[in-house]
Design a binder for this molecule. Structure first.
Ligand code: NAP
Length: 247
């Protein structure tokens, strides 16, 4: 890699949206890294990136674990010299109404979707500030903006991500580091395609554009937010939901 090639860490890069973001940023010239938990998924992802002609690197880390994230950041900085871009994309759902929600379902979602943002950004932030450039993009959700029955844990975590975005954006703007949220609506990833077709059709009826979003459409927005052209965009929450919710 060349000395001035920017390095992007996309968490959950082996998943539906994460994978599209990785491919897009790699095509835009970034050196791509992601974390993994399963060796099998990581080697499949590496092969896919290699087949597309991109060089990429993977690091084993669970985003719920601060020490593992700290180690991952330090390994990336040692191997690749820096981290210029972080896309906090790893996320899960554990849906049920609050009346039935177990503490473990609450904790899993908060730890994976929200604590992870602290765990990954905190160890990488000083490097960005020292270099005077950084781009942080938090992948939240339409449901963090509007609420959704059966998702108190997920909606709280996703809304929390945007609170983090707005606070950190104010702290680091003077050093060339921007922090933004992207809030996708329903995107045609495996997660959404696994929903029974009849329910999916009902969801699509609520989307003015008349279809599910594509992972590449989220990736395109991330590509803009991490570019030099987006230097004046910080603390924003970009809705990409086909008009399903207008905030
Ligand atoms: P996905 O395909 O399930 O991908 C999620 C990724 O996160 C996977 O690579 C997964 O890795 C990783 N991950 C989960 N828990 C982790 C942990 N503890 N440590 C490390 N990695 C972990 O989901 P997706 O649909 O692409 O969603 C990506 C993001 O977009 C999520 O934050 C989601 O909430 C958000 N979003 C999605 C939609 C949608 O319609 N799809 C809509 C709004 C927002 P493993 O394979 O190891 O589990």
């Amino acid at each position: 890699m060349s000395e001035d090639q920017r390095v992007a860490l996309v968490t959950g890069g082996c998943g539906g949206i994460g994978s599209a973001v990785c491919k897009r940023l790699a095509a835009d010239g970034f050196r791509i890294t992601t974390n993994y938990r399963s060796e099998e998924k990581a080697s499949k992802w590496l092969q896919e990136m290699e087949d597309l002609g991109f060089s990429a690197a993977v690091y084993k880390a669970d985003v719920r674990d601060f020490n593992e994230c700290q180690q991952m950041v330090s390994d990336i900085e040692k191997d690749l010299g820096r981290i210029d871009v972080i896309v906090n994309n790893a996320g899960i759902t554990r849906d049920t109404t609050l009346r039935k929600m177990e503490k473990s379902q609450w904790d899993d979602v908060m730890d994976t979707n929200l604590d992870s943002v602290f765990n990954v950004v905190r160890p990488a932030l000083n490097g960005m500030l020292e270099r005077g450039f950084g781009r942080i993009v938090n992948i939240a959700s339409i449901n963090g903006q509007k609420g959704q029955l059966g998702q108190t844990n997920y909606c709280a975590a996703k809304a929390g991500m945007h609170g983090f975005t707005k606070a950190l954006a104010q702290e680091v703007a003077y050093k060339g580091v921007t922090v933004n949220t992207v809030s996708p609506g329903y995107i045609a990833t495996d997660m959404v395609m696994a929903v029974p077709e009849a329910i999916r059709e009902k969801i699509i009826k609520q989307i003015p554009v008349g279809r599910l979003g594509r992972p590449e459409e989220i990736a395109a927005a991330v590509a803009y937010l991490v570019s030099d052209e987006a230097a004046f965009v910080t603390g924003s929450d970009l809705s990409i939901n086909g008009g399903q919710h207008m905030s």
